[in-house]
Write a protein that binds this ligand. Structure first.
Ligand SMILES: NC(=O)c1ccc[n+]([C@@H]2O[C@H](COP(=O)([O-])OP(=O)(O)OC[C@H]3O[C@@H](n4cnc5c(N)ncnc54)[C@H](OP(=O)(O)O)[C@@H]3O)[C@@H](O)[C@H]2O)c1
Length: 254
């Protein structure tokens, strides 16, 4: 059975990806920093689904962590045929006030890691004539108002470029753009205000978001925005001048 590697599989959307993939018959490789939590997820998932779950603890903001996961993606034995680049976090700091350590970690988790891991995974997939890359972006990609949004915009552009280059190889690339999802993402002091800034009605559960993303992968669709409400919001945000979403001082004409 095909093997899927999911980053950020110890919580939130990544944990849900692992469950839905295992339930659908995939063996899984679970990546995140917390070994204990990964072991717990793997144990529960193997018991409930009968699929095999490997754990690969790694910090994807470090070269060492990315190299370890890249090595697993390049392995010929038990090859990975679906890579889900999901691990991520927000820092909730304006650029003028943020620490360089936080900005660098944000770039590494959302850009360096997916790029490095896709670069490790794609050649083997092309050689085998099948495989898929799924990059978890965000509707924030349409806002263009933070470095996080810029990284998520990169994820969409990168996925589209990859999908174009991979045409006819049997390998596909998909970007999923979730709206606000109830996960651990907004637990930090810097982001918890979002829980009451936005009404309950706009928050999604991980289950339908992941279901929609995996359906898009099966169809070979390049970009998907789960939930009709966010699909409409995404279309509107794409159409409005960026100066309206980027802030009052932005003078760009686009
Ligand atoms: N929740 C939302 O509203 C929302 C909306 C749009 C997009 N997204 C995107 O969805 C993705 C998943 O987020 P989530 O909402 O599921 O957040 P979450 O519940 O906080 O889960 C984040 C996952 O990433 C892992 N992770 C964090 N830092 C890591 C590191 N340095 N190295 C390896 N793994 C790391 C965490 O595990 P450890 O702490 O154990 O490492 C955890 O498994 C992110 O890319 C996020 O940008 C979320």
């Amino acid at each position: 059975m095909a093997i899927a590697l999911v980053t950020g599989a110890s919580a939130g959307l990544g944990e849900e990806f692992a469950w839905q993939l295992a339930t659908a018959g995939h063996d899984v490789v679970l990546v995140a920093r917390s070994r204990d939590r990964l072991s717990e997820v793997a144990h529960l998932l193997e018991g409930a689904t009968g699929r095999h779950a490997e754990i690969l603890p790694a910090d994807l903001t470090t070269e060492k962590g990315r190299t370890a996961v890249a090595a697993r993606l390049q392995a010929d034995e038990r090859p990975v045929s679906l890579l889900v680049n999901n691990a991520g976090f927000g820092i909730g700091e304006r650029f003028a006030d943020s620490s360089w350590r936080h900005e660098k970690a944000l770039l590494d988790i959302h850009v360096t890691a997916p790029l490095r891991l896709a670069h490790a995974a794609v050649p083997g997939m092309v050689e085998r004539g099948h495989g898929a890359i799924l990059n978890v972006a965000s509707v924030a990609a349409h806002l263009g108002n933070t470095t996080y949004a810029a990284h998520k915009r990169w994820a969409v552009e990168f996925t589209q470029a990859l999908a174009g280059q991979l045409g006819g190889t049997g390998v596909t690339a998909t970007a999923v753009l979730p709206g606000l999802v109830r996960t651990r993402f907004h637990d930090s002091d810097a982001l918890s205000h979002m829980r009451h800034d936005f009404p309950d009605a706009v928050w999604l559960d991980p289950e339908p978001v992941v279901r929609s993303a995996l359906a898009a992968v099966r169809r070979g669709q390049t970009v998907v925005t789960p939930s009709p409400g966010y699909a409409v919001a995404g279309a509107v945000l794409r159409a409005v001048p960026k100066r309206l979403t980027r802030g009052r001082r932005s003078q760009q004409a686009d």
